[in-house]
Ligand binder design. Structure first.
Ligand code: SF4
Ligand code: SF4
Ligand code: FES
Length: 353
C-alpha cells in the first residue's frame, strides 16, 4: 500500500463558480488505477466528485480524462506510473479537452464526439442484391479495417486534436477513423459517395494538419491520423476526387516540392497547388486567379517571414547527395505496381512473424 495525492479539477457550470483544483490523498497499491484512486476519494472524502466509468477494464471508453496533461483512460493508467510522470509528485486529473464540461471530470460527448460520429454515416450501406446467405469478405479486407474497428469511442483523440481546437467544425480523428471502417469494407456500396462527401467538406479529410496528437493519445492503437491518410489516398489516388477545397492539389504540390528540393519551399506551395507541379505554375492564368484570392494569406506569410522574396527567387534545397536519397525513396514508392497499405496493428513487428 502507498499514498498518492490526486489533484482533481472541479467545476460545476450550473453553480456559476469558476473551476478550481482540489487535492485528496488516497492509499492504494501502485498498480491500481487512477480511476480507483478517484473512486476512493469520492467514497471517503467527497461523494460529489463527478467521474464517468463503467467497465474499469479499458473496454467501454467511458473514463477518458486528462492525466498530467495527457488524455488517457483513468482505468488504464497505474497510479505509480502516473505519479512518476507528474511534475511535482501530485497526479493531476482534469476533464478532456475540445468538449464542454458537464461536471468535474465528465465532458459532454454528445455535443461533440457523437455528433461527429453520426456525421459520417457510421453503418454499412449494403451492396445490392443482398446475398441469400452471408457475404464472403476477403481476409485482407477485414485485416485492413481491423485497426479502425478497435476504437472504443473514448474521445481521447478528439480531446487532443489541434485542428479541432482551431476549427471546432472539423469532423475530427475518431469520426474519420470510423469513416474508414466503411470505406475499407468491400460490402459497403457507397465508397465513392462517402469519400466525395468527406473530401468536399471544408471540415473534412483535408482539414487534418498531420500533428500526430491523435496517434499518441489513442489508448487502443487506432492511429486515427493514419486512417485519415488512407481516406485521402482512396479519394485522391483511387477515385481521382479533386475537391473544391484544393486539398488534393495541395497534397500533390507538397509531394512534388519535396521530390524536387528535398525540403518544403513555402513560396512555391500555393502556386503549385493552383497551377500544377512545375516552377512555372505561378504563371498559369488559372493559377493567377486563385492566387489573387489568396492574397490575404500571402500577405500574412510575408509579414511573418514564412516566405521571403529571396526564397521566392531561389528556393532552398538539400545538398545533391541528400537529394539523391530522397529521390530514391520516391522512385521506390512510385515504381510499385500496387500501393501497399501496411496494417501495423495486425502484422506487428517483422520479428514477431
Ligand atoms: S493528426 Fe489530424 S486528426 Fe489527428 S490530432 Fe492532428 S489534426 Fe487532429
Ligand atoms: S480512435 Fe482511439 S482515442 Fe479516438 S475515440 Fe477511438 S479509441 Fe478513443
Ligand atoms: S471504465 Fe471502461 S474504459 Fe475505463
Amino acid at each position: 500500500m502507498a499514498e498518492f495525492t490526486l489533484r482533481l479539477r472541479r467545476y460545476d457550470p450550473e453553480s456559476g463558480d469558476a473551476p478550481y483544483w482540489e487535492e485528496h490523498t488516497v492509499d492504494l497499491e501502485p498498480h491500481r488505477s487512477v480511476l480507483e484512486g478517484i473512486l476512493q476519494a469520492k467514497d471517503r472524502f467527497d461523494g460529489s466528485i463527478g467521474i464517468r466509468c463503467s467497465c474499469r477494464a479499458a473496454i467501454c471508453g467511458s473514463c477518458g480524462v486528462r492525466i498530467n496533461g495527457q488524455p488517457d483512460l483513468a482505468c488504464h493508467t497505474h497510479l505509480g506510473r502516473a505519479e512518476k510522470r507528474s511534475k511535482d509528485g501530485v497526479i493531476e486529473v482534469e476533464p478532456m479537452g475540445n468538449m464542454p464540461v458537464i461536471k468535474d471530470l465528465i465532458v459532454d460527448m454528445e455535443a461533440v464526439h457523437w455528433k461527429k460520429i453520426r456525421r459520417v454515416t457510421p453503418w454499412l450501406i449494403a451492396k445490392q442484391p443482398v446475398p441469400e446467405r452471408e457475404y464472403i469478405v476477403p481476409r485482407e479486407s477485414m485485416v485492413d479495417v481491423t485497426q479502425s474497428m478497435a476504437c472504443i469511442q473514448c474521445g481521447a483523440c478528439v480531446s487532443d486534436c489541434l485542428s479541432m481546437e482551431v476549427d471546432p467544425e472539423f469532423i475530427g480523428p475518431a469520426a474519420l477513423a470510423k469513416a474508414y471502417r466503411f470505406v475499407g469494407d468491400p460490402r459497403d456500396d457507397q465508397h465513392f459517395e462517402r469519400l466525395k462527401d468527406l473530401a468536399e467538406d471544408p471540415h473534412g479529410i483535408y482539414d487534418c494538419t498531420h500533428c500526430f496528437q491523435c496517434i499518441s493519445a489513442c489508448p487502443k492503437g487506432v492511429a486515427p491520423m493514419n486512417q485519415i491518410m488512407r481516406l485521402r489516398r482512396r479519394a485522391g489516388n483511387d477515385f481521382k476526387i479533386e475537391d473544391r477545397n484544393n486539398g488534393e492539389r495541395h497534397e500533390h504540390a507538397f509531394a512534388s516540392l519535396i521530390k524536387q528540393y528535398g525540403l518544403l519551399a513555402e513560396a512555391e506551395i500555393l502556386p503549385r497547388s493552383y497551377g500544377g507541379d512545375t516552377p512555372l505554375a505561378k504563371f498559369k492564368p488559372s493559377a493567377a486567379a486563385e492566387l489573387a484570392s489568396s492574397l490575404p494569406s500571402i500577405a500574412k506569410a510575408l509579414l511573418r517571414r514564412k516566405v521571403t522574396p529571396a526564397a521566392v527567387l531561389k528556393p532552398h534545397r538539400l545538398a545533391r547527395q541528400d537529394l539523391g536519397q530522397i529521390k530514391r525513396i520516391y522512385d521506390e514508392v512510385e515504381g510499385r505496381e500496387e500501393r501497399a497499405e501496411f496494417n501495423i496493428y495486425i502484422s506487428g513487428k517483422d520479428e514477431d512473424r
